[in-house]
Structures are given as structure tokens and as C-alpha cells.
Design a protein around this ligand. Structure first.
Ligand SMILES: Cc1ncc(COP(=O)(O)O)c(C=O)c1O
Length: 422
């Protein structure tokens, strides 16, 4: 008799289900801690994929959701509106770079990027230039997992390379030279090459999309904000929209409220997600300038933006996002992030090992890049054994802690990262 295979019901992300092993059962979270059914308690060193910026079960955030829940959990946004969505849109316009005046909500980061791409396509169509329908992205880019997003992720080293033949072919330009403080001379040479690309392709380019200053999931590459100023000029000169994907970098992660602020640049379209709702609800916001909005603002129904995720502007998501931003501003989180950055620099930059290729820090992000991905095999269990939840991938061991992390817990995370090499 053949034995009946028992296959798992829940299909986990980015996992070979046959070899991934049984995931640990989480029962609750509080502050920076994740509590497990077996009594284990781990410090979350990566804010549950970078979104739990206030940690778990924050009393004020819980309360904001509960209060909204008693009024209504959801209502559609087509033909209707409500106070939380009006307030959140106004707040986002107020805190993002001046010039971003309109907000289209979505229910996840990837959807927010899809909205940005579709808007850019229709922007040119509405302006009578439908031939401007290609995107250019940076090598090492990661912009999400849906098919439009997959097409603007690094096609060679990105996680979606298997689908290169199935997604729409887009253009890629080399990623900017590494380093926040990279000298202008290196940047100038890079920019000349980018200009040459735009010169050639200007008639077909709808937009350039970038993760400003920090390319996150594509390899944690940090580059100079000066690059953004120069790319802004190129987009203006050659008639392409400039899209910032701030899903990972937004809400303080790189040390400024938005990475755009390092450069003082306003993109045409900017996408927010993850930390916007403090990890409580999946949601995104795609903000645009009035130049973009006005290309759709017309008597002609064909020029309307035909898009509408069911849960866009969900009142619970808006309520928790508003409270999260209020706490961020009230409790001066940018100072907290500065202190985290200082500690990350003190503790990580001193680590030495032949296995390490590079160590870099920006804001509340600390990265150790190793020479060989095999050098991180077993790290996750090692970290768990030492009370810390970290999840390295490829050649990158990194921490992106919740901003409320205390000194003791941050040091514990950094102890674990250091001990692995020493
Ligand atoms: C820069 C960037 N864009 C898009 C996404 C996709 O967001 P989501 O996972 O919410 O769809 C991510 C997620 O890690 C991201 O880091």
C-alpha cells in the first residue's frame, strides 16, 4: 500500500515547501518581541519585513483600530468617502515632498507600484503620446511580486528572473555607484551614461522608477542622493515621469522621513506602503503631482483612471496610519532612528572577518554582505537560539529593527550578528 503524503495547507512565501521545515508557531507579539507557542520569545530584528515600525500590540495603535472598528470596518471608496481616508490623504500630502498633492490608495505595496506604472502609461496616453509606454528601472531593483512589478525588478539577479520571457520587457540601466557619500566625479560619469540611454529612448519612455537612496530587497545597495537630483533633471529634460518607490524607505527607514528628503527632490509619483500602517493592515498610497493628476482630470470618461482595489482607503487602515504618523511625529522618531543608526555604526562597522565583503549602515538599516551566501547557512537557527529573529537572504545579513527598540534589545540583535563571525 502506498503511504498517503500529507502536504502542508499553508503555502509559505519564498520557500521551497519540501525542504523549508516546519515554521514556528507564533501566538502573540508585544513591543519588539514575538512570542511562540513553545514559550520561546524572540526580538524581532527585521520588523516583520520592515513594517512593524512601532513594534507589536502598540496600545495607541490598537485603540485607534478598535475605535474605528466600532464605527465601521470597511466601506467602498467609489462614489463614497469617509473621514479617515480624507484625513490620511491630507496628512500624506502634508508630510511628503511639496508638490505631491493627490493620493490613490491601494491594498499592498505591489499594488501601489502597479498603480504608479499604470498611471504613468495612461498619463502619456491621455496626453496624446501613447508610444511612451516603456519603463526604465535600475539594476538591483526590487519593486514587488505582481507581474507589472516583476517586469521592473532586476531581470538577472532578481528573484523573478525565471519569468523574463513572460513579463513585458522593460529597460534597465546600471545601478548608481555605491555609497551615500560617493564623490561627484564618479556620479558624473554614471549620469553621462544614463543621459546617453535617455537620449536614445526618450520617445518611448513613460517613466523611470527607482527605490531612492537605498535599493533594499535587490541587495541593500546605498547610493548618493545627488544621483536623484541628476536623475530628476534627466527625466525633466527627456520627458519621462520620475517614480519613487518608497515602500521600504518611507517613514524614516533611511534616517529622513522619506528618502526623497535626503535629496530635496519631488518625484512625479511616489509609492508608500509597509510602515505607513505600522504593519497593522496591508495598504499603500500612490501620490502624484498635480501635473500627473491633471492629465486625467477631464470631461472625457476615457481619460479617467480605471482602477479601484476593493479595499482601497479601508477605514481601519487609514485610522491606524493616521495614529502611527501622529506617534511618529509626537515622539520624535527621527531622533530615535538617529540613535539606532549611531549604534548600528558603532557595533557593525567594527566587525572583521574574511567572510565579509562589505558592511553598510543607513538610518535604521544595518547590512553585512558576505562573499558567499553559504556563509550564512545556519544563521537563522543560530539567531533563534540566541533570542533573536533575523532572516538573512542571499549574501545579506541585515537588521531593520522596530524604531521603538530599546538599547538592550538592539545590542542583543547586534551581538548575534557579530558573534556569527567571531
Ligand atoms: C521597494 C519595495 N517595493 C515594493 C514592495 C512590495 O510590497 P508588498 O510586499 O507590500 O507588495 C516591497 C516589499 O518588500 C519593496 O521593498
Amino acid at each position: 500500500m502506498t503511504e498517503k503524503k500529507i502536504l502542508p495547507t499553508v503555502w509559505h512565501p519564498y520557500s521551497q515547501m519540501k525542504t523549508a521545515g516546519q515554521p514556528d508557531l507564533v501566538v502573540s507579539g508585544e513591543n519588539v518581541f514575538i512570542n511562540f507557542a513553545d514559550g520561546k520569545r524572540l526580538i524581532d530584528g527585521i520588523s516583520s519585513w520592515w513594517c512593524m515600525i512601532h513594534g507589536y500590540c502598540h496600545p495607541e495603535l490598537n485603540d485607534a483600530i478598535r475605535k474605528q472598528l466600532d464605527k465601521m470596518s470597511h466601506v467602498m471608496l467609489a462614489g463614497l468617502t469617509h473621514k479617515p481616508v480624507l484625513d490620511l490623504a491630507a496628512k500624506l500630502v502634508n508630510i511628503t515632498p511639496a508638490g505631491l498633492n493627490h493620493v490613490f490608495f491601494g491594498d499592498s505595496g505591489s499594488v501601489g507600484v502597479e498603480i504608479a506604472l499604470k498611471m504613468a502609461l495612461q498619463f502619456w496616453r491621455n496626453r496624446g503620446k501613447p508610444e511612451k509606454n516603456r519603463f526604465v528601472a535600475l539594476k538591483s531593483a526590487y519593486h514587488g511580486d505582481t507581474t507589472g512589478c516583476m517586469a521592473v525588478c532586476d531581470p538577472d539577479e532578481g528573484m523573478h528572473y525565471l519569468f523574463n520571457d513572460s513579463v513585458t520587457k522593460q529597460y534597465f540601466i546600471e545601478n548608481p555607484p555605491d555609497g551615500f557619500d560617493r564623490p561627484a566625479s564618479d556620479i558624473d560619469a554614471y549620469i553621462s551614461r544614463v543621459k546617453a540611454f535617455f537620449e536614445k529612448h526618450q520617445n518611448e519612455l513613460a517613466a523611470l522608477i527607482v527605490e531612492p537612496v537605498l535599493q533594499a530587497a535587490g541587495g541593500f545597495k546605498i547610493y548618493s542622493p545627488i544621483v536623484l537630483n541628476k536623475l530628476r533633471d534627466i527625466c525633466d529634460n527627456y520627458g519621462a515621469l520620475f517614480v519613487f518607490d518608497e515602500i521600504a524607505t518611507g517613514f524614516g527607514r533611511t534616517g529622513e522621513l522619506f528618502a526623497a528628503n535626503h535629496a530635496g527632490v519631488c518625484p512625479d509619483i511616489m509609492v508608500l506602503g509597509k510602515g505607513m500602517t505600522a504593519g497593522y493592515m496591508g495598504h499603500s498610497a500612490t501620490l502624484t503631482t498635480s501635473k500627473v493628476f491633471e492629465a486625467f482630470y477631464d470631461e472625457d470618461p476615457e481619460k479617467a483612471f480605471m482602477h479601484g482595489p476593493t479595499f482601497m482607503g479601508n477605514p481601519l487602515a487609514c485610522a491606524v496610519a493616521l495614529k502611527s504618523i501622529e506617534i511618529f511625529e509626537r515622539d520624535n522618531y527621527l531622533e530615535k532612528i538617529k540613535a539606532i543608526e549611531k549604534r548600528l555604526k558603532e557595533r557593525l562597522l567594527r566587525i572583521e572577518s574574511p567572510k565579509i565583503k562589505d558592511i553598510r549602515v543607513i538610518g535604521a538599516v544595518g547590512i553585512i554582505e558576505v562573499n558567499d551566501a553559504g556563509d550564512l547557512t545556519g544563521f537563522q537557527d543560530f539567531a533563534k537560539g540566541n533570542g533573536v529573529w533575523l532572516r538573512p537572504f542571499s549574501r545579506y545579513l541585515y537588521t531593520m529593527p522596530p524604531y521603538i527598540i530599546g538599547d538592550k534589545e538592539l545590542n542583543r540583535v547586534l551581538d548575534v550578528m557579530e558573534k556569527w563571525f567571531c
